[in-house]
Design a protein. Structure first.
Length: 408
C-alpha cells in the first residue's frame, strides 16, 4: 500500500513537493517555491528518508535547504542538476534580502544539503529506502529527471516534462509503469511546432534590427538562455548574454553528456558576447540582441535594458517563457505595463510572445501517458488538470489537493 501526499504543487504550477511512503519508508520528490511577491512556500517539512530532485528550477528546489534545518535526509540528483542548483539557491538568498522578504534559509543550510548529496546518472539503478530507483531524462532542461520507483509496484514521477526534441535536448521517452505522477502545466493547451516558433522569432528579430531597433529577450537562466543562444547565434548581428544565464552556460559546458550536442553548444557560445559586470552593461546596448535574466522580468539586468529603451518604438521585447501570475512578465503580457523602480510604466517598444515552453502540451501529454500505459494517473503541477480527463477516460485518474493524503 502506497501513501502519497502533496506538500505543494498539486492543483497549482510551482512549489512542488511530493511525499511517497511504503512499508514505513518515506521519500520526497522536490520542494520548491512559487516566485510570487512574496514567494509562496510549500507545507512545512516532514521527516523523510531521502529526497529526489527532478531539476534545478526554483519552483522545484527553492525551499529544499529549509529541510536541513530540522532533518538530515539523503538527497539525490544528476550531477548537472546538483551543479546548477547551488547558484540558484545562493541567488535566492540574495533576492530575499534585496526584496525585504523573510530569509527562510542560510548558506549553511545549503552546505548541509550538499553534504548529503549523491549524484546519479540516467539509466543507473540504485537501491535505497526499500525501492529500486532509476532516473531517466525528462527532456525539460539539462539534467532534468523522471524518477522511477519500484517496490511492490512501480511509480514514475515526471517532474516537468518535455517530449519533443529541441536544439538543446532530446525529448523524454515514455517508460512503462503502474502509477504515473505527471505534470499538467499545459492541460487543454497545445504548443505551436517548435521549429516554426524559432523561425518566426528569427524573422521578427531581423525585422526589428533592420528597422533600426534592438531586441531584448528576457530569459530564464536555466535552459532557456542556452536554447535561445542556440536559436539565434548564427544571425548576422551582435548578440550578448547577461545575468545568471552566463554562469549556468559555463556549468553546462563543464558538465558533459547532457546536451544534445556539447560541440554545437560550444560553437554557439563562441559567437556570443558575455556581459560581465556594471562597466560592460554601460555599453551592452551596442549589441543588437540581448538575452538576459530575469525571464519573468522580476529583476535581473533585463529590466535595466528595457528601461533604457522604454520610448524606442523601433525596439522590441520578445517573451518566450511561461509567466507566473503576479509577476512583472505576466503583467506585461496582460496589460502592456511594467513595474520599474517602483513606478508603473508602459513601454513603447513592441511586445510579442513566442511559445518556446519546455513543458509538454496537451496532446503530447496524452501520447506520453498512453505510451507509459499506467494503471493510474496522478495529475499535478497544473491549474486546469480536469481538462486531461476526457482524452484519458479509460484510466483511473486522481486529482489530489495540497495536504491531502491518499492511498492506493
Amino acid at each position: 500500500m502506497y501513501k502519497v501526499k502533496f506538500l505543494g504543487g498539486a492543483q497549482e504550477v510551482g512549489r512542488l513537493g511530493i511525499l511517497i511512503e511504503e512499508k514505513g519508508k518515506r521519500v520526497l520528490i522536490d520542494y520548491g517555491v512559487i516566485p510570487e511577491k512574496p514567494p509562496l512556500y510549500p507545507l512545512p517539512p516532514e521527516k523523510v528518508d531521502s529526497i529526489f530532485v527532478t531539476h534545478s528550477h526554483l519552483d522545484h528546489i527553492g525551499a529544499l535547504p529549509i529541510f536541513y534545518q530540522d532533518f538530515n535526509p539523503n538527497i539525490f540528483a544528476t550531477d548537472m542538476t546538483a551543479n546548477s542548483m547551488r547558484p540558484m539557491l545562493r541567488d535566492s538568498i540574495k533576492v530575499m534580502n534585496l526584496e525585504g522578504y523573510p530569509v527562510r534559509f542560510t548558506q549553511d543550510d545549503i552546505e548541509k544539503l550538499y553534504g548529503n548529496m549523491t549524484t546519479v546518472k540516467y539509466g543507473e539503478t540504485i537501491e535505497k529506502d526499500g525501492f529500486r530507483i532509476t532516473p531517466q531524462s525528462a527532456g525539460h532542461i539539462p539534467g532534468s529527471t523522471m524518477w522511477r520507483f519500484e517496490n511492490s509496484s512501480s511509480i514514475m514521477v515526471t517532474g516537468d516534462l518535455y517530449t519533443s526534441d529541441s536544439l538543446l535536448l532530446k525529448g523524454a521517452e515514455a517508460q512503462k509503469c503502474d502509477t504515473l505522477i505527471v505534470e499538467s502545466t499545459y492541460a487543454g493547451k497545445n504548443h505551436v511546432d517548435r521549429e516554426a516558433v524559432r523561425k518566426s522569432l528569427r524573422e521578427s528579430i531581423k525585422e526589428v534590427i533592420e528597422g533600426g531597433g534592438k531586441v531584448i529577450l528576457p530569459s530564464f537562466a536555466m535552459g532557456r538562455t542556452q536554447e535561445l543562444v542556440m536559436s539565434v547565434y548564427d544571425l548576422p548581428y551582435n548578440i550578448a548574454t547577461d545575468g545568471m544565464g552566463n554562469l549556468i552556460s559555463n556549468i553546462y559546458m563543464h558538465t558533459p553528456g547532457y546536451l544534445r550536442s556539447d560541440k554545437g553548444f560550444r560553437k554557439a557560445l563562441a559567437n556570443i558576447n558575455e556581459i560581465k559586470g556594471r562597466n560592460m552593461r554601460e555599453t551592452a546596448l551596442d549589441n543588437d540582441i540581448i538575452i538576459s535574466t530575469s525571464g519573468m522580468l522580476d529583476g535581473g539586468p533585463a529590466l535595466g535594458y528595457i528601461e533604457k529603451l522604454l520610448d524606442d518604438k523601433k525596439s522590441a521585447i520578445f517573451m518566450t517563457g511561461y509567466q507566473v501570475e503576479g509577476t512583472n512578465g505576466r503583467q506585461l503580457m496582460e496589460t502592456g505595463t511594467l513595474n520599474i523602480a517602483g513606478a508603473q510604466v508602459r513601454p513603447k517598444m513592441k511586445v510579442e510572445f513566442f511559445d518556446m515552453s519546455a513543458h509538454a502540451g496537451h496532446d503530447d501529454l496524452v501520447t506520453f501517458i498512453k505510451q507509459c500505459n499506467p494503471d493510474r494517473i496522478i495529475f499535478c503541477h497544473g491549474e486546469q488538470r480536469e481538462k486531461m480527463l476526457e482524452d484519458l477516460s479509460n484510466y483511473e485518474i486522481i486529482l489530489p489537493m495540497n495536504g491531502e493524503e491518499f492511498s492506493f
